[in-house]
Design a protein around this ligand. Structure first.
Ligand code: ZN
Ligand code: ZN
Length: 266
């Protein structure tokens, strides 16, 4: 943002919008209900301010107290007051434009915002917070307003604590592979009963897990499973997954390339 002075441009654009609204409110407020310009006396100022408040009600809330204090201080007649108000507006606008172009402290601006862009971005990227019932891959459907969850890349299910009952080893296959197979799973959701992966919909109707016979785990997740196999096993209190020899030969660079390829990052 600092390179292109984007923030300065953004602020200036907003300033123009605000200035236009206030200018229009002043012009609109100077006309009475009868469609004629307010008479040039001190009483008209009360009317003018109250009209302006009505014009700007959606954008600015002016407290009655502030309005009364201001009115108390004004000693001029209505038309010269409008003239002065417009001159002040112009001065303030010039002053702000000057300020915007001289300081471009992005951090300071972000800190002052009532809604933090970084939080909004995080929410978008973080999504709904749900995880694949098998491999714990996070849902990637944007935001929170979606009916079905999905993830582009599923992981070896052992990373989501799935284990083979017979060998007590972490499962190294992907959920996308298993929903294409005739294999079965069981967990607390199935109340310990075996259930075909194919019919995962029965227990997880809000998840879309595309059946895929060809998919192998991405190099990244293979690498993660190889590197942290023992630690996952320890935490899940099972035996480490059996991993093919080829997986063990993967380097960190290959793993990171797998990640970049998967998310189209050059
Ligand atoms: Zn999964
Ligand atoms: Zn979701």
């Amino acid at each position: 943002m600092s390179v292109e002075k984007t923030l300065c441009k953004l602020k200036n654009n907003n300033l123009q919008v605000i200035d236009k609204k206030i200018s229009e409110a002043i012009d609109g407020a100077a006309i009475g209900e009868d469609g004629v310009l307010l008479p040039d006396n001190k009483e008209s100022i009360t009317k003018l301010i109250s009209n302006m408040r009505k014009h700007l009600i959606k954008d600015i809330s002016v407290s009655v107290e502030a309005e009364e204090t201001t009115l108390f201080l004004i000693q001029s007649s209505c038309h010269s007051f409008i003239k002065c108000l417009k001159i002040s507006m112009k001065e303030l606008k010039d002053q702000l434009e000057e300020e915007f172009s001289n300081s471009d402290n992005i951090t300071e601006t972000l800190n002052k915002l009532p809604i933090k862009p970084q939080d909004e971005l995080f929410k978008r990227v973080f999504g709904c917070g749900r995880q694949c019932p098998f491999c714990k891959a996070p849902c990637e459907a944007g935001g929170t307003e979606h009916k079905q969850h999905h993830a582009a890349i599923h992981r070896p299910q052992g990373l989501g604590s799935y284990r083979y009952e017979s060998s007590e080893r972490l499962v190294n296959s992907l959920c996308t592979t298993d929903v294409h197979s005739d294999r079965k799973f069981k967990n607390t959701d199935t109340k310990g009963e075996w259930h075909p992966y194919k019919d995962y919909n029965k227990y997880y109707p809000d998840w879309i897990i595309p059946p895929d016979p060809t998919t192998e785990a991405s190099d990244y997740w293979k690498y993660v499973l190889v590197q942290y196999n023992d630690r996952f096993a320890k935490i899940y209190e099972v035996k480490p997954a059996e991993v093919p020899k080829a997986w063990r030969r993967l380097t960190k660079e290959q793993a990171l390339k797998g990640l970049r390829d998967a998310f189209n990052m050059k």
